[in-house]
Design a protein around this ligand. Structure first.
Ligand code: FMN
Length: 250
């Protein structure tokens, strides 16, 4: 049971949260290429089977996955989260950015996921495997994976609404979406892994679109590799890595 004060505070929060993240309508107006997600369904495997199969991949093959599978994973991970800080029930505190290394039907490059439109917006086309590996704390599995999915949050805005609770709420929301990505991946008989990252460098990589945001979580998606030899060498030093030259990224 809420007191009147608590109800008013909740109403205030709900109105504020509804207003962010900021609308990205202008992206298509600015001429960015959009790729609508392909409609598809998760496999008919039961949740019990998927959970039993789930387990973070330690290595990924550098093979591609289908755009349809990526679409299904993104769509299913960004549906309703029942939480008191999400008035519409939909995730609102994080935005999703991707490095697409190898997806059949999609160009390699960096993307923003406009989840209101279920559309991927191409920020910059190119092969960014090496950069993905460096950003993922120099771990080759980030370069090998088909896709790197980053959750970014504008913490300043979030904290202006929630105070100190904001960081925890943003982390929780990213963690839940990350967990759903895992389930989606193993439902489609693919693999996933949660990874750590170089915070500031990730924001630089996705600049200027990601300006003002901070990284909450990273999930890799792709095909599990069983052999022990890495496909990519990501032992680049940060200050010599090529992504520092990407200041001109859209
Ligand atoms: C926030 C977070 C960051 C992580 N960072 C890394 C990482 O940088 N490298 C790594 O090998 N595992 C990392 N892990 C661990 C793996 O994602 C995975 O959770 C772990 O290997 C356990 O795997 P399991 O799913 O088989 O239990 C991280 C996990 C979390 C939740």
């Amino acid at each position: 049971m809420f007191s009147i004060g608590a109800r008013m505070q909740k109403k205030f929060l709900n109105e504020k949260v509804r207003n962010f993240p900021a609308s990205n309508k202008s992206l298509s107006e600015k001429g960015y290429r959009n790729f609508a997600l392909i409609e598809g369904k998760l496999s008919s495997d039961s949740i019990d089977d998927v959970i039993l199969r789930r387990g973070s991949a330690r290595r990924f093959d550098d093979l591609s996955i289908d755009f349809e599978d990526l679409s299904i994973m993104l769509h299913s991970a960004t549906r309703v989260i029942p939480a008191d800080f999400l008035p519409s029930g939909l995730p609102a505190l994080n935005e999703i950015y991707l490095i697409v290394n190898a997806v059949d039907g999609l160009r390699a490059g960096s993307y923003f996921f406009d989840r209101r439109q279920d559309t991927l917006v191409l920020l910059k086309e190119g092969n960014f495997r090496r950069e993905a590996g460096v950003l993922g704390l120099g771990q080759e599995l980030a370069a090998d994976a088909s896709v790197n999915v980053y959750f970014l949050s504008n913490l300043e805005k979030v904290q202006s609404v929630f105070g100190n609770r904001g960081y925890r709420a943003a982390q929780l929301e990213a963690g839940i979406m990350g967990g759903k990505l895992y389930l989606g991946a193993y439902s489609q008989r693919l693999a996933a892994s949660g990874l750590t990252f170089y915070d500031d460098e990730v924001i630089s990589f996705f600049e200027p679109h990601a300006n003002g945001k901070e990284v909450m979580f990273l999930v890799l998606l792709g095909r599990r590799k069983n052999s022990r030899s890495p496909s990519w060498n990501c032992t680049l030093k940060l200050n010599s890595s090529p992504f520092y030259q990407f200041g001109d990224q859209v």
